[in-house]
Design a binder for this molecule. Structure first.
Ligand code: GLP
Length: 241
């Protein structure tokens, strides 16, 4: 695993964006794995700036989001369908038909999860997966105790994650209780992983992921199993290393 420690959160976004940009320049029809949350926003902003400047063309790029809440209306600004559209698809200029987000409303959620895995495979697999990390070490919505080999499936959100994400909703009770997420095994199949984290509140999770044992109690520790994983963090997030 490659660890890159940078002086500021802005630098984290810039350096991580250049990793993604290299992939897209080399392969204009690249398949990107897209994370939500605040951590990757600076990556998307930098990529959008470079697309606006004519340096990058995302029109043939495909995207697969990591996760979605179950039963949260896609019109809700915090549904990941809405977040991906607002922060990635539109600003970077991806074709909406080429961007997929897990289905949080399917009558048969298990079948929809299997179809999502099949769609990733049919696209040729993910070239570069962008990741944030939760305060408890989750990636996507793979909460502690997630199977290291898991695939896209329904999960119950932990109280800690619901509390962390309550700031995006009108009340803590309004945070959905379930989600659909790519599994740790799905994430490990991406050809390249880029995890970003900024701030002291991520320092413990980063230390567990990078220096701790490989363990389902810190789902991000699966990055230790990947042959091409890069962790790009600021000094505050690196403060427990
Ligand atoms: C959410 C997302 C994750 C994200 C994490 C951290 O729960 N499902 O993909 O990495 O939270 O979010 P943030 O980057 O806002 O700290």
């Amino acid at each position: 695993m490659e660890i890159v420690i940078l002086p500021s959160a802005a630098e984290v976004g810039r350096v991580a964006a250049s990793v993604v940009a290299e992939v897209v320049v080399r392969k204009p029809e690249a398949v990107l794995g897209l994370a939500t949350g605040s951590s990757p926003l600076a990556i998307y902003e930098e990529l959008a700036r470079r697309a606006d400047a004519g340096e990058l063309d995302f029109s043939r790029v495909r995207g697969f989001a990591l996760d979605e809440y179950v039963g949260l209306d896609y019109g809700h600004p915090e549904s990941y369908h809405a977040v991906i559209d607002r922060t990635v698809t539109r600003p970077l200029g991806l074709a909406p038909a080429l961007v997929a987000v897990p289905d949080g409303f399917a009558a048969d959620l298990a079948a929809a999860c299997a179809a999502y895995e099949a769609a990733i495979d049919a696209a040729g697999g993910i070239d570069v997966q962008i990741l944030g990390i939760g305060g408890n070490g989750h990636i996507g919505f793979n909460e502690p105790t997630s199977s290291l080999a898991s695939r896209t499936r329904i999960k119950t959100l932990t109280p800690k994650t619901r509390e962390d994400n309550a700031r995006f909703f009108d009340s803590p009770e309004a945070v959905p209780t379930h989600c659909v997420t790519q599994g740790l095994g799905t994430i490990l199949r991406a050809r390249r992983l880029v995890l970003v984290a900024q701030g002291e509140n991520k320092a413990e999770a980063i230390a567990a992921a990078v220096e701790g044992p490989l363990s389902a109690s810190c789902p991000a520790s699966v990055l230790q199993l990947h042959e091409h994983a890069t962790v790009i963090i600021d000094e505050a997030a690196a403060s427990r290393l």
